[in-house]
Ligand binder design. Structure first.
Ligand code: FE2
Length: 165
């Protein structure tokens, strides 16, 4: 059984993951519209990952016999400046999600909920990997200021991000 507090914070995290997914989707659509197929595909992959996180957390709550409440998805940015700025925004957002998951883990620990705490492990570790990947792309982007470099990275991401239809 989940405590009232754990239910609240998990439900909030589910909504945060869904919001996050839509933020990435919006960036994917921006890149798609600009003709960057690789960056678009990479952001779509982030969308899928966060929707998967939300679904897994929903299943976890449902398995515990709890009800999940969805919130409206509002305030998704739709206007983006350029490639680097967009990836910078994505990184700032990603760090915020990391902080939210850390706070979630603190609450769960405070409630002495061992199962939920273990359940959160993969998300805590997943954020480390996600930040590393995002930082890597950003570093590469900042190093290159020529169109050819951006073209090559876009091509590379297009090839590494497999699309499931
Ligand atoms: Fe996530």
């Amino acid at each position: 059984m989940l405590s009232k507090r754990v239910k609240e914070v998990l439900n909030a995290q589910i909504n945060a993951e869904i919001w996050s997914a839509h933020f990435y989707l919006s960036m994917s659509l921006y890149f798609g519209g600009e003709g960057y197929r690789g960056f678009s595909r990479w952001m779509k992959k982030q969308y899928r990952e966060d929707m998967t996180h939300a679904m897994q957390m929903m299943d976890y709550m449902i398995e515990q016999g709890d009800r999940v409440i969805l919130q409206d998805i509002t305030g998704i940015p739709t206007v983006f400046e350029d490639i680097v700025t967009t990836f910078e925004q994505a990184l700032v957002h990603l760090v915020r999600i990391t902080d939210a998951i850390d706070t979630l883990a603190d609450v769960v620990e405070g409630e002495n909920d061992k199962a939920t705490r273990i359940f959160l492990d993969k998300y805590i570790l997943g954020q480390v990997l996600a930040e590393a990947r995002m930082n890597q792309i950003l570093t590469q982007l900042k190093r290159m200021n020529q169109e050819i470099g951006v073209y090559m990275l876009d091509k590379e991401l297009y090839e590494v991000c497999e699309i499931k239809r």
